[in-house]
Design a protein around this ligand. Structure first.
Ligand code: PMP
Length: 303
């Protein structure tokens, strides 16, 4: 069966799908994106992802290519046409095609591309067994809360991780505190059993998985501190893990050369993974977004 992509109003065979060379996404990385997991043919946490998409668009003053209700229809159509049961949806909006000029074009004509591919979700056992991360200086811009398609530092970091035999790179800020991974949020569990992750700010992307894990921890009565943590603290933590839409929640067994938790996935990490999985399965039926989650997503102001 051939893959189908949605490109600016048309469903096109994936191998033929293309955009114009003067699309501003191609020329300037002038656009935003979202990645959603699909399980049992349903997008997971769709409303939370669309909230974040709308926020990213509005921060960059890009008009949405279509209303949310229509977007939901197209997302389902892409799932259906690609016969995705478990997989990944990718959605990108750019400021469209225009003669190359840094300033915004008029009239506005936002371009929209949506693709889908099958994937093993949750990730396969080899990954679930735990991964290694390296650390690198955070060279990114000052609005990491926007899910912009400009990902050059993330690309370079991920490649460096791969070449070092690691799964991910964690960025470290000028004061030695971990910000997040190149494509995931970073977490530790202290020796006192406290779950620690960086609070949302312009220095990190407000992960949707992060919200789900925070919710699961609260329901389970696991103490949480949303605060920056130093790399030294991470290296002496009882447990560490990362979260993202595609990775779910993966135990981190080594940070640089330091083995964490005796090199085995921790109990809190495993518990949170099970709770998160149970939660997204029930959330598929959820229609309304809890108030506090909306509020959490809107706090990405520059600090
Ligand atoms: N931070 C960065 C830089 C990311 O690219 C991602 C993945 N999109 C995340 C965090 C995790 O976000 P989410 O849980 O919404 O996938």
């Amino acid at each position: 069966m051939s893959r189908i992509a949605y490109v600016n109003g048309r469903y096109i065979p994936h191998h033929q799908a293309s955009v114009h060379i003067e699309d501003r996404g191609y020329q300037f990385a002038d656009g935003v994106y979202e990645v959603m997991a699909v399980m049992d043919g349903e997008p997971i946490d769709e409303d939370l992802h669309l909230n974040r998409l709308e926020r990213s668009l509005s921060e960059l003053r890009i008009e949405s290519a279509m209303a949310r209700a229509s977007l939901r229809v197209v997302l389902r159509e892409i799932i259906r046409r690609n016969r995705i049961r478990d997989g990944i949806l990718y959605l990108q909006m750019t400021r469209g095609v225009a003669r190359r000029d840094h300033a915004f074009p008029t009239p506005r004509q936002t371009a929209l591309v949506i693709t889908a591919r099958p994937a093993t979700l949750p990730p396969p056992d080899a990954l679930r067994a735990g991964i290694h991360v390296i650390t690198l200086p955070d060279l990114r811009w000052k609005r990491c809360d926007i899910k912009a398609i400009a990902l050059l530092p993330n690309v370079l970091a991920k490649q460096q991780a791969r070449e070092a035999g690691a799964y991910e790179a964690w960025f470290v800020d000028a004061s030695g505190h971990v910000t997040e991974g190149s494509a995931a949020n970073a977490w530790i569990v202290t020796r006192e059993g406290i779950l620690v992750t960086r609070p949302v700010s312009s220095k990190i992307l407000g992960g949707i998985t992060r919200l789900g894990v925070l919710k699961a921890a609260a329901e389970e009565g696991i103490p949480v501190e949303e605060r920056p943590f130093h790399l030294d603290e991470a290296k002496t933590a009882a447990e560490a893990f990362l979260t993202s839409t595609t990775a779910f929640l993966l135990p981190v067994l080594k940070i640089d050369d330091k083995v964490i938790g005796g090199g085995k996935p921790g109990k809190v990490t495993e518990r949170l993974f099970q709770l998160y999985l149970a939660e997204i399965k029930t959330n598929k039926k959820r229609k309304r977004i809890p108030h506090e989650e909306k509020a959490a997503l809107s706090t990405g102001n520059p600090v």
